[in-house]
Every structure is written in structure tokens, then in C-alpha cells.
Design a protein around this ligand. Structure first.
Ligand code: PLP
Length: 282
């Protein structure tokens, strides 16, 4: 695969394309020093971003939860256009949008877009499925709803804990993680939404636990409902996942990754992954 990466930054009301190897933010940027910012990962398929609107809506929500002023939808669209313009259409890409507090003290936020090929590992997990382990997050399931300082529901750049959870899973020989609350309720993956099939319906945990509302999960549930497959928001445990007909971790770039092993126990998908993929691809 040819290494292809592109970058654009918002400067003085314009999207400025920058060579990928060149610096674009100062060392004093609060995004760098404190992870004080928000982001989105947007799938680029055949040179297009079919689900950009849903990501931009969530980016705005995340920004307002952090008290950041987003440069607005048209700025983000211009940034995305600037990185996608010369992209090799046959190459699946992941476009990341970053919004940080910049230098702080009321100075303009930093807004930038970057585009890179989807990692080979992600493509492999999409087709082969994943082994996941459940790991505790240590917060009660109802705590973050009343604790806005914990930034539940925001896709923040402070993902060191999420990445550490994935590394811990790798050390255990697994691919990914299902995070659980103090009481053992299923929350989410570090970069994905948990969905399971049980009793003829699709289930996902409630958003008031402070998990991120997934755009892929929302798309799947809307299309499943339209297709006569009932959906429900359900408080579930890891035991419920073990007992389910199928479990997936959903995210925009990887899609629906079928969980084939949960805490070391092999599990099936009752042949449902095909329908999930078909609904997501419609
Ligand atoms: C990005 C992310 C997701 C997936 O969101 P999509 O909109 O489906 O890509 C889910 N959970 C967390 C914690 C995430 O960071």
C-alpha cells in the first residue's frame, strides 16, 4: 500500500492544506499538553464521506460539553474537502477531525483535519471478527449523568485511558475491550459501541451512563427498525452478552466487528452479522 496522508488546518477563515510531515500546531497547544479537545473519526469510502453530517452534529455536541467554540459545519466541510480532494478513490481512509482549546485564554481553538489509510488491522478485524475482554471502568452506571465534569457523552481527545485499556487487552491476547461499570453493567468499547442480539431484537446500553452515542449504532438501529428488526436500549451485563445470539462492537471506520471470543470464551453470531453489515451498507 502506498503511504498516503494529508492534513488541513483552519487558518484565518480558510482551510489550508499542509504537507503531512510539516508541523501545524504550536507546542503550547492545549490539545497537546492536556488532551483538552474533541475529535471525530470519519470513514472515507470511494473518496466520499457519506456519514459526515452525523459526525459533525456530534462534534458540535462534544465541543459544547467542553465549552469549545466550533468553527461551524461549513468550516469542517471545507477542511474535509481539502484533505479528501486528491485522495486515491480506491483506498479506504479515516479522516480525523480535531478541535482543541488552542493556546487557551480565549484565543481561537485549533481546528484541523487529517486523512490516512484505514489500518490493515482494522480491515482484518472487520472481516475476521474480534476477541474482547471485559474491563472495569470503576464508575457507577448512573454517576456520569450527574457529573458533567467527567464529560460523559463527549468524544474527547483525552483517550489515554481508552488506549491503555486496549493495550491491556492486547497483553491478554485479545483485540478489544468492553468497559463495564462498577456494578458490572456493559458500557462501551474504548472506541466503539456495544450492540447485541437477543430475543429477536438488537440491544445497546443507555446513553445516560455517560457512554458516547455512536453514529454507526444509530444508523444500524434506524435501518433495522425500518426493516422490521426491533431495537431496544437495554441495561445489560457481561452475562447478558455471553447469553446473547450475537455481539458486535460498532464504529464508523471498522463497521460492525463480530465478537467471536468474550473473556476467553468462544461464541457465535447465529448468522446475524451478514444482516447487520447489509443494513449498515444500504
Ligand atoms: C468514536 C467512538 C464510538 C463510535 O462512534 P461512531 O460514531 O459509531 O464511529 C463509540 N464509542 C466511543 C467511546 C468512541 O470514541
Amino acid at each position: 500500500m502506498t503511504e498516503q496522508r494529508t492534513v488541513a488546518i483552519w487558518r484565518d477563515g480558510a482551510a489550508v492544506a499542509v504537507p503531512a510531515a510539516e508541523p501545524v500546531v504550536t507546542a503550547f497547544d492545549q490539545g497537546l499538553g492536556r488532551g483538552d479537545g474533541v475529535f471525530e473519526s470519519v470513514a472515507v469510502v470511494e473518496g466520499r464521506t457519506p456519514h459526515l453530517d452525523a459526525h459533525l452534529a456530534r462534534l458540535d455536541r462534544s465541543a459544547s460539553l467542553l465549552g469549545l467554540v466550533s468553527p461551524g459545519g461549513s468550516a469542517w466541510r471545507r477542511l474535509v474537502a481539502a484533505v479528501v480532494v486528491d485522495w486515491q478513490p480506491g483506498l479506504e481512509g479515516v479522516c480525523r477531525l480535531f478541535l482543541t482549546r488552542g493556546l487557551g485564554d480565549g484565543t481561537p481553538p485549533t481546528a484541523l483535519a487529517l486523512l490516512a489509510p484505514v489500518p490493515a488491522d482494522t480491515l482484518r478485524q472487520r472481516t475476521e471478527g474480534i476477541s474482547v475482554v471485559s474491563l472495569g471502568l470503576g464508575v457507577p452506571a448512573d454517576f456520569r449523568a450527574g457529573a458533567p465534569w467527567l464529560l460523559g457523552g463527549a468524544k474527547t481527545l483525552s483517550y489515554a485511558v481508552n488506549m491503555a485499556a486496549q493495550r491491556h487487552a492486547h497483553d491478554l491476547g485479545a483485540d478489544d475491550v468492553v468497559l463495564t461499570s462498577l456494578e458490572g453493567r456493559v458500557l462501551e468499547g474504548p472506541t466503539s459501541t456495544v450492540v447485541w442480539a437477543t430475543g429477536g431484537a438488537l440491544h445497546t446500553p443507555p446513553a445516560d451512563t455517560g457512554i458516547l452515542a455512536g453514529t454507526t449504532q444509530a444508523r444500524l438501529f434506524a435501518r433495522a427498525e425500518a426493516d422490521g428488526w426491533p431495537t431496544a436500549v437495554t441495561a445489560g451485563t457481561v452475562d447478558d452478552l455471553h447469553a446473547a445470539d450475537a455481539v458486535w462492537l460498532l464504529s464508523g471506520v471498522r463497521g460492525a466487528a463480530t465478537v467471536h471470543t468474550l473473556d476467553g470464551v468462544r461464541r457465535g453470531d447465529a448468522g446475524l452479522s451478514r444482516r447487520v453489515r447489509e443494513l449498515l451498507a444500504r
